[in-house]
Design a protein around this ligand. Structure first.
Ligand code: MG
Ligand code: ZN
Length: 370
């Protein structure tokens, strides 16, 4: 009798355990991720196809910081108007998750503005930043903060920097802010009035700039386009370190979104100049090293490195050695080959596989838990 009673209660116990297990929440994200990322750093090597990465690696003693990324994927770079994308449509795909026409900055096929991940991060109270070795009004950075039917409307694009509360930006294009043709506004002064610490290459070196943690920061590295690495430009690794440290402490506990562009890998491709490509590739890799140092210590930062497209149809021809690459090119424009994606940190696993360039936007948002 007692044995029967005990068996009954034991069965009841098993049944309730089973029910508890069934009602425990199962979320699809758990299969992929430990925890959401707090910060996202998207690094875009403009025109950086696999050969650009390869040539940089061999010429750097067969090593790159990129090699320490645990997850590698590939994206399909074509735009809404062409199999061969430009940087405007390419960056708009990352920033807003849509395929649009070549030349479009943060607008869709019908020229209607679309929200960018930087703007969404701002709305969420996150800190935000952009750093580039091109002009800040050029297509890649512009597509994260501006909305323009044409990538050529540089002064209009500069105005859009004052429409968000972006916390930090470093890059060229000072003339579109300070010496404007279309109106008499001086956006350099307006930024100061809005509480930005503003400085530039004529005033002081970036290494001398004093950032006030409670104020936003803007620094112009050139009147229009910054020089090349071969001409002595070396600020991107420093700008990257300043950006992650500043945004890391300035973000009021809500995390940050930062885009860093190595812009001139593309320009070396357009010139079919292998030394230009490799020097810019290695500069970009040094910036990657600075970002990785921060991300490894921080533990809550997802780092993604990719390109908008490949430039030049760059090849490493027979007869090349580790020290001397014999380059080949098929074009002085862009090509449509699959583009590598490297990911590190919480949410990195989402970036394995082959997917559309627009998926980078949705994967970043998923990783943030947005
Ligand atoms: Mg670019
Ligand atoms: Zn290009």
């Amino acid at each position: 009798m007692i044995a029967k009673f005990l068996t009954f209660f034991f069965l009841l116990f098993l049944l309730s355990c089973n029910q508890m297990a069934q009602t425990a929440p199962i979320t699809s994200g758990q299969a992929l991720d430990e925890a959401p990322a707090r910060n996202i750093i998207l690094m875009i090597g403009d025109g950086m196809g696999l050969t650009q990465v390869t040539a940089g690696m061999y010429r750097n003693g067969n090593k790159l910081n990129l090699e320490s990324f645990p997850v590698v994927g590939l994206h399909k770079s074509y735009s809404g108007s062409s199999l061969i994308t430009d940087s405007a449509a390419g960056a708009t795909a990352f920033a807003s998750g849509i395929k649009t026409y070549n030349g479009a900055i943060g607008v869709n096929m019908d020229t209607v503005p679309v929200k960018t991940i930087l703007e969404e991060a701002e709305t969420r109270g996150m800190a935000t930043g952009l750093a580039t070795t091109s002009s800040l009004t050029d297509a890649t950075p512009a597509s994260f903060i501006a909305h323009s039917p044409s990538r050529e409307w540089f002064e209009a694009i500069a105005l859009d920097y004052l429409k968000t509360d972006i916390d930090l930006f470093i890059g060229g294009g000072m003339k579109y802010f300070a010496h404007r043709q279309s109106d008499q506004r001086n956006l350099y002064v307006e930024l100061q009035k809005e509480g930005y610490t503003v400085s530039d290459y004529q005033r002081e070196d970036l290494s001398q700039a004093r950032l006030n943690e409670s104020k936003n920061f803007a620094y112009f590295t050139a009147e229009e386009y910054p020089p090349t690495v071969l001409q002595g430009r070396n600020y991107l690794p420093l700008a990257s370190r300043i950006a992650v440290e500043f945004l890391g402490s300035h973000n009021r506990g809500k995390g940050f979104f930062l885009m860093i562009e190595g812009a001139q890998i593309d320009w070396g491709g357009h010139q079919n100049n292998s030394d230009y490509i490799i020097s810019e590739m290695l500069d970009f890799d040094r910036a990657i090293g600075e970002v990785l140092k921060f991300a490894k210590e921080d533990g809550e930062t997802l780092v993604i490195v990719t390109a908008d497209h490949e430039t030049g149809g760059y090849a490493i021809n027979p007869g090349s050695t580790l020290d001397s690459i014999i380059p080949g090119f098929t074009t002085d424009g862009h090509t449509a080959s699959l583009i590598p994606v490297f990911a590190f940190g919480p949410g990195a696993k989402r970036f394995a596989g082959i997917y559309e360039n627009t998926a980078i936007y949705s994967k970043m948002k998923q990783a943030l838990g947005m």
